[in-house]
Design a protein around this ligand. Structure first.
Ligand code: SF4
Length: 138
């Protein structure tokens, strides 16, 4: 049963977008993914409205004291196995807010991130490549 689910997940991953504390540029690039130009639905990648329906989380922005518990709650609500894909340099811990008093450290310390996609913001093509890479880890 688990093998069947992983096979289905590879063919059509449903993704939930989590904006931790981003500047919104990464989020706008994620929206580009579902526009007719990139149209990721042709690969079966569907943006869903609830983490309970998702196979993968697309996380943007830095983790700070306020966003951390919310991001962890979303992760807990997502059925496992679930992929976590960090979008943008903020998730890679190379960002302008690094020494800010409110930032609680790198993602790897708090969440099992499968793939990081650097860029400020990364291009939609890079995001598609990152999602495919994450799927190949299953
Ligand atoms: S990586 Fe850049 S574009 Fe993305 S949320 Fe961080 S500052 Fe904004």
């Amino acid at each position: 049963m688990k093998d069947l689910r992983i096979q289905g997940l590879k063919k059509s991953p449903w993704v939930f977008h989590v904006a931790a504390a981003s500047c919104n540029n990464c989020d706008i690039e994620i929206l580009d993914l579902i526009t007719p130009r990139f149209d990721v639905e042709r690969f079966g990648i569907v943006l869903v409205g609830s983490p309970r329906h998702a196979d993968a989380l697309l996380v943007t922005g830095v983790l700070n004291r306020k966003s951390l518990p919310r991001v962890l709650r979303v992760y807990e609500q997502t059925p496992k196995p679930c992929l976590v894909i960090g979008i943008g340099s903020c998730t890679c811990d190379i960002h302008i807010f690094k020494n800010s008093y409110n930032v609680v450290g790198p993602y790897g310390k708090h969440l099992p991130v499968d793939v990081f996609i650097p860029g400020c913001p990364p291009k939609p093509e890079a995001m598609i490549l990152g999602i495919v890479k994450a799927l190949s880890k299953l």
